[in-house]
Design a protein around this ligand. Structure first.
Ligand code: NAD
Length: 483
């Protein structure tokens, strides 16, 4: 496949097909121009994909395999992605806006999921439960069947990889609803499924509008499990649809995550946490460090460093940013950029101080300057609601309890960070923070191996790590009466 075709189709039951709802334009946020068109699925397309997945599931073609064989195919999908990294990363950058070097990291991260869950496939073991001499009892973990996976636009390749790899490793067949803004790069998952010899219909990938294709998929009576990554309102709609069919779902939603910076923290090292924490993917990361809660004694010193990091960033088209460095691409769309800029403006009206950034770039495309706000207080909207952009809100604290209270003071609870040389203080904070992951002295510490998911409105269930496997299987107990 040449990297950027004019028109991209959906992949249903092993065939590339047009969409019943026509086509959607995909825009390059780095230029503001239309990049390509993608087929748009309607409810009938979704139904065909679910029926194909159900047929493969019921045939046992995937679930009856010895797990190591499934695992090898899953691993091979990861290798396929790496073999095509140049094309995938190019398309991902053009449709999403991130720098090319970030897109390459995303493809590598996606491949890593297939490596990890491919390896885990043969470790999903049951146990034998003693019931006395007259019985033999054992448990088995079986796939749910059809796994529906609804993907957000910020990391379309990595998010699909995260759910698809675990779903396939455990023997589920999958229907993936890609995001309207960034559907193109998901095509390589369909190609990978074909290349590694998965049965036709085991992996279906389609783009469609959320309220049509997404809603049809999440309410479909033949879907057996749902994984959703995206916003809170959509998560609520999907959980409601899942409840109506009594199927389980995993919700990976947003965040308003905070780094607590104590006076004894390594302030120079913290610069790197700011660089990755809030400017990676232009802040469009669910686990972004969108708040820094800084001890008053070091507040000004920390703000100086944060402003340095922000002002050093060069902002421009991702496709020109091939090497890691102090650079940032476009946001995903002008609408998202305008929403973030409006939130910054409203914060200033509510009393925050704009220290740097906040302006849209004077060029086509969805660019927003790296932005730092100080004098933010916990009651302000900017301190409570997800911006999903390159905007860091700095707040102050004087006592440890106050920092924890501010950090825990939103409806979210995805991740949190504590920066200190005092291990007792760090472990105490780790216990007190209400969130699914705590980073001590390094934002984003962890990996595919470490469970990830939210407290509160950040969702439920876990992706990543071995914990994620249990979302994709149900336990069956078999009790045998011996004569
Ligand atoms: P979104 O909720 O608008 O869309 C996500 C997906 O849901 C898209 O594919 C969309 O088409 C679909 N959708 C929309 N309405 C639907 C409906 N009624 N029924 C079924 N599907 C529907 O979210 P987004 O704007 O694409 O992504 C940004 C959000 O995702 C942010 O809040 C971010 O924090 C969150 N996110 C979370 C994680 C995580 O792992 N926790 C990762 C990435 C993004």
């Amino acid at each position: 496949m040449s990297a950027v075709k004019a028109y991209w189709q959906n992949y249903i039951d092993g065939t590339w097909v047009d969409g019943g709802a026509g086509r959607i334009d995909v825009t390059d946020p780095g230029t503001g121009e239309v990049l390509a068109q993608h087929a748009l699925a309607d409810a009938a397309d979704v139904d065909r994909a679910v029926q194909a997945a159900r047929r493969v599931h019921l045939s046992g073609a995937l679930s009856d395999l010895r797990p190591v064989e499934r695992g090898r195919m899953v691993q091979a999908m990861g290798r396929y992605l790496l073999e095509h990294i140049d094309d995938i990363a190019t398309v991902l950058t053009l449709e999403q806006g991130k720098p090319l070097w970030e897109a390459r990291i995303e493809v590598q991260g996606a491949a890593r999921y297939f490596e990890y869950y491919g390896n885990q496939a043969e470790t999903v073991e049951g146990r034998s439960i003693p019931l006395g001499a007259s019985y033999f009892d054992f448990t088995a973990h079986e796939p749910y069947g059809v796994s529906a996976q609804i993907i957000p636009w910020n990391y379309p390749v990595e998010m699909t990889a995260r759910s698809l790899s675990a779903g396939l490793a455990t023997g589920n067949t999958c229907v993936i609803k890609t995001p309207e803004l960034t559907p193109l790069s998901n095509a390589w998952f369909a190609q990978a499924a074909e290349a590694v010899g998965l049965p036709k219909g085991a992996v279906n990938i389609l783009c469609g509008h959320g309220h049509i294709a997404g809603a049809t998929l999440s309410a479909h009576p033949d879907v057996n499990q749902i994984v959703f990554t995206g916003s809170v309102p959509t998560g609520i709609a999907i959980a409601t649809a899942a409840a109506a069919n009594v199927v389980p779902c995993v919700l990976e939603l947003g965040g308003k995550s905070a780094a607590i910076v104590h006076a004894d923290a390594d302030l120079d090292a913290f610069r790197n946490d700011v660089r990755w924490g809030i400017f990676f993917n232009a802040g469009q990361v669910c686990s972004a460090m969108s708040r820094a809660i800084v001890h008053s004694d070091v507040h000004d010193a920390v703000v100086d460093r944060i402003v340095d990091v922000a002002s050093e960033m060069s902002v421009g088209p991702g496709i020109e940013r091939t090497e890691f460095g102090a650079n940032m691409g476009a946001m995903v769309s002008e609408a998202q950029r305008d929403r973030a800029a409006a939130m910054v403006e409203a914060a200033v009206q509510q009393g925050a101080t704009l220290v740097t950034g906040g302006r849209k770039a004077n060029r086509p495309g969805a660019f927003l300057e790296p932005t730092v706000l100080t004098d933010v207080t916990p009651d302000m909207t900017i301190a409570r609601e997800e911006v999903f952009g390159p905007v860091l809100s700095v707040m102050r604290f004087d006592h440890d309890d106050e920092a924890i209270q501010i950090a825990n003071g939103t409806d979210y609870g995805l991740v949190g960070g504590v920066f200190t040389r005092d291990i007792d203080r760090a472990t105490q904070a780790a216990r007190q923070l209400r969130c699914g992951q705590v980073f001590v002295n390094e934002w984003f510490a962890g990996g595919v191996e470490t469970p990830f998911g939210g407290y509160g409105k950040s969702g439920y269930g876990r992706e990543k790590g071995r914990e994620a496997l249990w979302n994709y299987v149900q336990t069956k107990n078999v009790a045998i009466r011996l004569r």
